[in-house]
Design a protein around this ligand. Structure first.
Ligand code: SF4
Ligand code: SF4
Length: 99
């Protein structure tokens, strides 16, 4: 079964987290949720690698390689007026976005 958490670059280190909850506020897909002691990865498969959580985390508890993959390709294609297949680097088998 496809597991996007293992396929995406999102990484969360709970030992660093100071529970400021910024990531729960900025994530457009509710990937993070409040937990009993600190935030938890509630919906890791929903991450689109936008990078907002990592940018707003004050203690670098989150890393994600934004600017690659499908989410960025959609933005780049729209901004440049190009076809998404020419922008995405996700490596679809036939060269098209996501195979
Ligand atoms: S990279 Fe974007 S979509 Fe993924 S968890 Fe962070 S804020 Fe949410
Ligand atoms: S932004 Fe960073 S420190 Fe704040 S709750 Fe999220 S992971 Fe923890």
């Amino acid at each position: 079964m496809y597991d996007s958490y293992t396929e995406t670059s999102l990484r969360y280190d709970p030992d660093r987290c100071v529970n400021c909850r910024r990531c729960t506020q900025v994530c457009p897909h509710a990937v993070f949720a409040e937990g009993p002691d600190r935030v938890e990865l509630a919906r890791p498969a929903a991450c689109m690698e936008c990078g907002a959580c990592a940018l707003n985390c004050p203690v670098q508890a989150i890393t994600v390689q934004s600017g690659v993959g499908c989410a960025w390709a959609m933005i780049a294609a729209a901004l440049r007026g190009k076809d998404m297949d020419t922008e995405c680097s996700c490596g679809g088998d036939d060269g098209s976005c996501c195979g």
